[in-house]
Write a protein that binds this ligand. Structure first.
Ligand code: UD1
Ligand code: CA
Length: 478
């Protein structure tokens, strides 16, 4: 074996999911089922089991067999795979045959075809490599992965003779009561000798269910006297997702794995039972995740942060030493030492620079908030650019929507926005300017001015404000 090709079967309709979304696109820990399988396939060459062969055996891009929802799957994965189309879903044997042309076009031609299913997301690269290596060492016709379970399940059962030789795989639908009690099951990962595979698939009979079962190849290989090897893995990694109950069960197992990885990497998870972290999230060491927290998408969290309780963070980047309590962050960026919450909402495009304090029922959307700026209570910043050392008084609102357009608000460094100020955009508040409580600001405020009233007018020009935020006229920062 110099080259192996991997074929992932993903054409099935996924009827049991009762969904308009193709089964293999259903997310598990934030990543589509098929992506988990592809991750494992792509990691085979760097797995430990594969190390002795890594120099002598190469692989090509995986070939994914698509049918139901093919366009959607192809759009999701693009150049990452090669694709073959199975026009009618006539079973897993029929699906593999649909990949024949794609495999035969590969250069160099692979001697071995590794097959796995797009709906077994917990299969890992180590176990895939072990199946390949076993196949190589035993010079087998077929090698496949099994697992043991005494629970009732919809896995195919592995039937062996008295000497332990594999006779066939029997699907549950066609199994006798005695066969259903067999505790060794088919995990759905196979290696085939390529030159044997295609003629055998072509000769595969349609079974009583009207389908061509890939699993029937095992009995055929055995009857021909071919060598059948097996590798036994764990039941967890074999779990196949046929319905949403299995989706939730696999999600739970994967979540446990992710949380353990985080904990071993130095993250404290106070309550793993109520903490949800997606597969592509990264969290720095000494961060503490408090109960009731979901961190999803490709979020990145720095070290020594405190996140939660009751916090949702999606697709966001958070620096070091941040504290986020009882809040929701979506597509937001926070530099170091930012505090958010309790009960605040960073919406897409929120950028909070170093040491910003945003707390108590505040909302920021599509806005840059400069370093050391404080907005402690009940405020909304939308489509705004806020400088450094600004104080946003309680109840301040950027009135960014005029009913037709979204307009921008600019607030200069060191400005002091009094409580309950309405900033009617588009509007600019100059550096070091100040607005009185309850002002409705619908015209630009010059730097250093104090404006008051409804609508706001200049009461007087003030001395400039030092960058540390303290006004030189002695008034205190709120
Ligand atoms: C299959 C195995 C079963 C094994 C289990 C492990 C067969 C006949 N049975 O059962 O022995 O224990 O997986 O999870 O293989 N697919 C196609 N085209 C088709 C039909 C299916 O591409 O015409 C794809 C599906 O998208 C899916 C995979 O093949 O990703 C497996 O098909 P599925 O119907 O889920 O098989 P199981 O009933 O789970
Ligand atoms: Ca399945």
């Amino acid at each position: 074996m110099n080259t192996y090709a991997t074929v992932v079967l993903a054409a099935g309709k996924g009827t049991r999911m009762r969904s308009t979304l193709p089964k293999v696109l259903h997310p598990l820990a934030g990543v589509p089922l098929l992506a988990h399988v592809l991750n494992a396939v792509e990691a085979i060459p760097s797995s430990l089991a594969f190390a002795p062969y890594a120099k002598s055996i190469s692989s090509t891009r995986p070939i994914v067999v698509l049918g139901h929802g093919a366009g959607q799957v192809e759009t999701t994965f693009g150049e990452r795979c090669l694709y073959a189309i199975q026009e009618d879903q006539l079973g897993t044997g029929h699906a593999l045959l649909a990949a024949r042309n794609a495999v035969e076009k590969l250069e160099p031609l692979p001697e071995v075809v590794l097959v796995c299913y797009g709906d077994t997301p917990l299969v890992g690269s180590e176990i895939l490599a072990r199946v390949l290596v076993e196949h190589q060492e035993r010079q087998a016709t077929v090698t496949f992965l099994t697992a043991h379970t005494t629970l009732s399940s919809d896995f195919g059962r592995v039937v062996r003779d008295a000497d332990g030789r594999v006779l066939e795989i029997v699907e549950v639908k066609r199994a006798t009561e005695e066969q259903k009690r067999i505790d060794e099951v088919n995990s759905g990962v196979y290696c085939f000798d390529r030159s044997w595979l295609w003629p055998a698939l072509e000769a595969l009979p349609r079974n009583a269910s009207g389908e061509f079962y890939l699993t029937d190849l095992i009995g055929i290989a055995g009857a021909q006297g071919g060598e059948i090897a097996t590798v036994t893995g764990t039941l967890d990694e074999a779990i196949g997702i046929n319905d949403r109950v299995q989706l939730a069960a696999a999600g739970k197992l994967l979540r446990q794995r992710i949380l353990e990885q985080c904990m071993y990497a130095g993250v404290t998870i106070v309550d793993p039972d109520t903490t949800y972290i997606d597969a592509e999230v990264s969290i720095g060491s000494d961060s503490v995740i408090l109960p009731g927290t979901m961190i999803t998408g490709k979020s990145r969290i720095g070290s020594a942060c405190q996140i939660g309780p009751g916090t949702t963070i999606d697709q966001s980047v958070i620096g070091n030493h941040c504290i986020i309590r009882n809040s929701v962050l979506e597509e937001a960026i926070l530099e170091d030492e930012v505090h958010v919450g309790p009960f605040s909402h960073c919406r897409p495009g929120a950028y909070l620079a170093r040491n910003v304090r945003m707390g108590n029922f505040a909302e920021v959307k599509n806005s840059y908030v400069g370093a050391e700026t404080y907005m402690h209570h009940f405020s909304y910043l939308g489509d705004a650019t806020v400088g450094e050392h600004v104080n946003i008084g309680a109840g301040t609102i950027t009135c960014n929507f005029d009913g037709v357009r979204k307009n921008r608000t600019d607030i200069g460094d060191g400005a002091f926005i009094g409580s309950d100020t309405m900033l009617v955009a588009p509007v600019t508040v100059g550096e070091g300017a100040r607005t009185g409580a309850g002002a409705v600001v619908n015209r630009d405020v010059p730097p250093g001015a104090l404006v008051v009233g409804v609508p706001a007018h200049v009461l007087r020009m003030r001395q400039p404000v030092d960058v540390d935020g303290s006004a030189q006229d002695g008034s205190e920062k709120e």
